[in-house]
Design a protein around this ligand. Structure first.
Ligand SMILES: Nc1ncnc2c1ncn2[C@@H]1O[C@H](COP(=O)(O)OP(=O)(O)OP(=O)(O)O)[C@@H](O)[C@H]1O
Length: 349
């Protein structure tokens, strides 16, 4: 995985935990989602019942895990954390569900990747707070019904389209997290810098936020890299100058594209004349898994007006050709894309 992708790198959890907001009031931006959650939680607390199940969708690093923890903190409840791929057998899930205390939050990350039998078990737990655990095999198998304490499931997904209809229908509240505006990321950077004890100028924050791909996790990660640079090669202060120099060292370009993003655009432009090209072919060309290209690179490249998804495959926009310093072929089918498609505010509404 490359240096600034929005996925969390191994060993990075501690660094993230330090700056992770603990309460809804500390959660920056996403005002609509915050407001809706506030109502949902206060309404449920007023009635003394656990709130409806909550589904959070959106690209990696925008705050889904943070919000799940905030939900538990606001409710004053315990939280159990697992992920779709970690639940291999329905028995694993039954064990978790039956050990929940009244009002607990169960957070399932990547819920779209949960195995089918476990998903079916989850249906009855979500709806009736009951699970049927099957003991034995074949004709002699018996189902033992077990009660589950009323709980709130918080599911997170980067691919809400992959959730089955019955699963989606069981969530009483569905929220989509969108990329952050540059001004929101500046606010976030000042907050993180304060917590980390790093002095930062407004210009330094503007420079980092502009290259953070609308993503809090990337903004925090770039801040830590610029802090290293500032402490080792300057006077410790994060300024416009130190931010620019550090981000040059880490190969983060003016739009915040990293090695993999540029590799995708270069493959499209150089190897496939701008496309259209299918996702798997493109992934092979850059030596990555199709899922990584689709979930990590594409949402931002599309959003930035550099790549278009068409029924015939992926296409580099004219803006992508220009960004790579190439001249787009005339009379080609490349959509215009580019800055006219994406003022900062439009890009990250
Ligand atoms: N609105 C926000 N305000 C302040 N910090 C935020 C906000 N959203 C995210 N962050 C920070 O960004 C980091 C990544 O957030 P988080 O882990 O919640 O993302 P995620 O959407 O769950 O990502 P993934 O799907 O990859 O797990 C966290 O360390 C958190 O501190």
């Amino acid at each position: 995985m490359n240096e600034i992708s929005a996925y969390v790198a191994e060993g990075e959890q501690d660094a993230e935990a330090t700056v992770r907001p603990k309460r809804l009031s500390e959660f920056i931006a996403q005002h609509r989602v915050r407001d809706q959650l506030d109502l949902l939680l206060k309404g449920a607390m007023g009635r003394g019942t656990p709130p409806d199940h909550i589904l959070l969708s959106g690209p990696p690093g925008l705050g889904k895990t943070t919000l799940a923890n905030i939900v538990a903190a606001e409710l004053g409840s315990g939280i159990r954390v697992t992920s779709g791929p970690a639940i291999e057998r329905s028995g694993d899930l039954a064990a978790i569900l039956t050990s929940l205390a009244m009002g607990d939050v169960l957070f399932i990350d990547e819920i779209h990747r949960i195995a089918k039998p476990a998903e079916e078990l989850l249906y009855s737990a979500m709806e009736d707070f009951r699970v049927d655990v099957v003991v034995g095999k074949g004709p002699g198998a018996t189902a033992i019904p077990l009660d589950v304490e009323p709980f709130t499931l918080v599911g997170a997904t980067t691919r809400s389209g992959l959730l089955t209809g019955p699963m989606r229908d069981r969530f009483g509240f569905v929220a989509h997290l969108d990329f952050y505006a540059a001004s929101d990321l500046e606010q976030l950077l000042h907050r993180s810098a304060r917590i980390l004890g790093v002095p930062i100028t407004d210009e330094g924050a503007v420079e980092i936020s502009g290259r953070s791909r609308g993503t809090p996790r990337i903004a925090n990660r770039l801040l830590r890299r610029v802090r290293d640079y500032a402490e080792v090669r300057a006077d410790g202060m994060v300024t416009l100058e130190t931010a620019r120099e550090a981000l040059k060292v880490y190969d983060v370009d003016a739009l915040g594209l990293d090695r993999l993003d540029r590799a995708v655009l270069r493959a499209l432009v150089d190897s496939f004349k701008g496309g259209p090209v299918g996702l798997s072919t493109l992934a092979v060309a850059v030596g990555e898994q199709p899922d990584t290209v689709e979930e990590v690179c594409e949402p931002f490249l599309v959003r930035a007006g550099l790549l278009a998804r068409t029924p015939r495959g992926r296409v580099a926009t004219e803006a992508a050709w220009h960004h790579l310093g190439r001249t787009p072929p005339t009379g080609q089918n490349a959509p215009a894309g580019g800055p006219d498609l994406f003022s900062a505010e439009q890009r990250f509404p």
